[in-house]
Write a protein that binds this ligand. Sequence first.
Ligand SMILES: [Mg+2]
Length: 155
Amino acid sequence: MVIYDLPDRTIKIKNIVLDFNGTLACDGSLLPGVEQRLKSLAERCNVYVLTSDTYNTAAAACRGLPVTLMTVDKNAGGLDKERIIDRLGPENTAAIGNGVNDALMLKRAALGLLVLGPEGSAVSALKGADVIFPDILSALDFLLHPKRVVATMRP
Ligand SMILES: [Mg+2]
C-alpha cells in the first residue's frame, strides 16, 4: 500500500491499474524505463495491466513482470475496465491510461492519471483524469513519490 496524506483527505492505494498500448507500450512494445518502475510499484501494491491487446504482444511483453495481465473486450473494453476497478475497490485504486476505453476507469479510480504518450491521448480520457503527465515515466514516478502527489493534489 502507498499512502498519500493530503491536507483534506488520505488516499490509500493498494491497486494500480494500467492500460497497455499507448500507456505502457508503443506499437505493442514496452517503453524504456517502464519495467523497473513497475517492479518498484509492485513491491508496494498489486499491479494490474488491462488491455484489448491490439497487437497481441501484451503477454510476451509482461512475461516475468510482477503484474497481473487481464484482457478486456475489444469492442467494449471501457466497461470491462470500469468493472475491474469497481471489483478492486475504486477508493484504493489508481489508474493510468490514454485512450477512449480508459475514460471510465480514470474517472472511477481514486487517482486517475492520463498519459500523453507517443500514441496520443483521448479527450474523453483526459476529462475523467485527476492529473495529466507528459509521459508514462513521470506518471509512474508520481505514484512512487508521495510528496509529488501531495504537492499536485493539495487543495
Ligand atoms: Mg491505450
